[in-house]
Design a protein around this ligand. Structure first.
Ligand SMILES: Nc1nc2c(ncn2[C@@H]2O[C@H](COP(=O)(O)OP(=O)(O)OP(=O)(O)O)[C@@H](O)[C@H]2O)c(=O)[nH]1
Ligand SMILES: [Mg+2]
Length: 362
């Protein structure tokens, strides 16, 4: 790693020099203001700034190093680095120093801090403020990121794609997967009721959760109350039989056993069971109360199955909704529904961008 100190009259000039001398991938590792030093020989400075920046040699970068931090990612919409040496050094700076090293100006720091406080990752918060600043400037000719510009920008990049779309003359099959206790079974009951009673569609429920005591009963009780058939499948053949039996239905909702993201073999078992049942949409169910790390691990865990959409539960218990924004930007998996309570069938709504933005800024 090459380290270089850059002197300039102010931070923006210093950052421009860093980019010019070391390139877009350079990482600012420290900044400091220099006191005016008016030496009699005229060689002193009159209040300047010093930036220490580092750059990875080109051949190392080609060996797997990802994009840099200053002026990074032009890909859509934003991008974050993996944990690497740069990230490690970066993490040693204070939040404000990090924001400045990413190019934010002092007038942007309040908005930036608010986003980080509400759970946005620091890098995404910087990107949002930066882009909102550019958009605000283009629109109003004022170099500031107005709250409305920030909100609109964030709203625009969130991906939501509405409720389950039924097929014409074909049963729509949807399987719900996710960590233990995320709310899969309860959500299936809510959706079953919505499609059967509000939308007057023919609905059937099935469960592959034959591992846990009482799991089948839990779904069956909901099915009995709603007068919706509930079937259980232990393997591929049994599921195929259920699918055939319900060929006249508009919608078949399939429940699965909750598994910790550490159980990496489980998605392959599910894939095997679902193999001959035709097109099955996969919805990953995640609770907003879980750690963000669980979100990422679950996405990784079920990636072999192919996740079509994500459904967030327990919005009523969530404390920090910036994680939803991070999730959307990191994975680009569209949101389907949000659930916000234990009441069946009331506590569910189709996911929408406005809701996420309101929760983040509330
Ligand atoms: N507060 C709140 N609780 C919820 C919500 N959705 C589900 N729950 C509760 O979360 C608990 C677990 O819900 P389940 O539907 O059994 O979760 P699951 O994902 O099927 O669990 P496993 O099958 O064990 O993996 C229950 O007590 C539900 O009432 C929600 O939106 N808000
Ligand atoms: Mg369950």
């Amino acid at each position: 790693m090459r380290i270089k100190k850059i002197l300039a009259n102010n931070y923006s000039e210093a950052l421009a020099k860093v980019k010019y001398e070391l390139g877009e991938d350079a990482l600012v590792i420290s900044t400091r203001s220099l006191e005016p030093d008016l030496r009699s020989d005229g060689m002193g400075n009159s209040g300047r700034v010093e930036i220490t920046a580092a750059i990875e040699p080109a051949e190392k970068k080609e060996n797997g190093m990802r994009e840099g931090v200053v002026g990074n990612s032009k890909s859509l919409p934003f991008h974050e680095d993996d944990l690497d040496l740069k990230t490690l050094i970066f993490s040693l700076l204070t939040r404000t120093e990090r924001a400045q090293s990413l190019g934010l100006k002092s007038h942007q720091l309040v908005a930036y801090s608010q986003l980080v406080e509400s759970g946005l990752s620091e890098r995404l918060a910087c990107k949002v403020i930066e882009k909102a600043g550019v958009e605000g400037l283009a629109k109003n000719h004022v170099p500031q990121s107005e709250p409305q510009v920030i909100r609109n920008l964030m709203k625009r990049v969130l991906l939501c794609n509405g409720e389950i779309k039924l097929e014409v003359k074909k049963t729509k099959k949807v399987v719900f997967v996710g960590p233990t206790g995320a709310g899969k079974t309860t959500t299936i009951a809510k959706l079953g009721a919505d499609f059967a009673f509000r939308q007057k569609k023919k609905v059937a429920l099935a469960t592959l959760d034959t591992y846990r005591m009482g799991a089948v009963d839990q779904l069956r009780i909901y099915g009995d109350i709603m007068r919706i058939p509930v079937d259980t499948a232990r393997n591929r053949d049994e599921l195929q039989t259920i699918v055939k039996k319900h060929a006249d239905k508009d919608l078949l909702l399939i429940d699965t056993a909750g598994k910790s993201p550490k159980e990496t073999g489980y998605p392959d078992q599910l894939k095997e069971i679902l193999k001959d049942s035709g097109d099955v949409e996969t919805q990953l169910v995640l609770s907003v109360t879980a750690q963000e790390k669980i979100f990422q691990e679950s996405v990784k865990q079920f990636s072999t199955l192919g996740i079509d959409r994500v459904l967030f539960t327990k919005m009523d218990e969530g404390m920090s909704f910036g994680a939803l924004f991070n999730f959307s930007l990191r994975t680009r998996i569209p949101f389907s529904y949000f659930t916000m309570g234990q009441r069946v069938p009331e506590d569910i709504e189709v996911a929408n961008q406005e809701k996420v933005i309101k929760l983040i800024f509330n």
